[in-house]
Design a protein around this ligand. Structure first.
Ligand SMILES: [Zn+2]
Length: 134
């Protein structure tokens, strides 16, 4: 199973909850899921994994570099698999929907701005808070 080797590669022991949660993140339509989203999806799939376990496993995945945690609206964390390469996010302030995008101009501009200030860009986080046009 691909999940098992992914876990081992990340230095984590293969346990049933870890495999189930990784499968869920891999197969879900929604790329950005909160711990509650993962928990509910597991319940709906008939898997018996408690919310506390989901939290713990997601934190372990984050520490192992398997997932990235985002805090888009302050307190509410969502997780996504760390396989997507670099991208930025837009969050719909009404529905909470997360949209991914990459824009070449924005990427280049950020390098230029850092450079202008005598710095080299190491990383960045860009989140646009958006509302659907009526
Ligand atoms: Zn993303």
């Amino acid at each position: 199973m691909v999940e098992n080797s992914e876990l081992r590669k990340a230095g984590l022991k293969v346990t049933l909850p870890r495999v189930k949660i990784l499968q869920m993140l891999d197969g879900a339509e929604q790329r950005h899921m909160s711990a509650e989203d993962v928990y509910k999806a597991l319940m709906e799939a008939g898997e018996d994994v408690g919310l506390a376990t989901v939290y713990r496993v997601l934190t372990q995945f984050e520490a192992a570099g398997l997932v990235v945690r985002h805090n888009f609206d302050g307190g509410h964390a969502v997780f996504e698999l760390a396989d997507g390469g670099h991208h930025d996010h837009m969050v719909d302030v009404d529905s909470g929907e997360v949209i991914e995008f990459v824009d070449k101009d924005i990427e280049e501009l950020q390098h230029a701005i850092a450079e202008k200030h005598g710095y080299e860009l190491v990383d960045h986080n860009l989140v646009l808070h958006v509302r659907k046009k009526k």
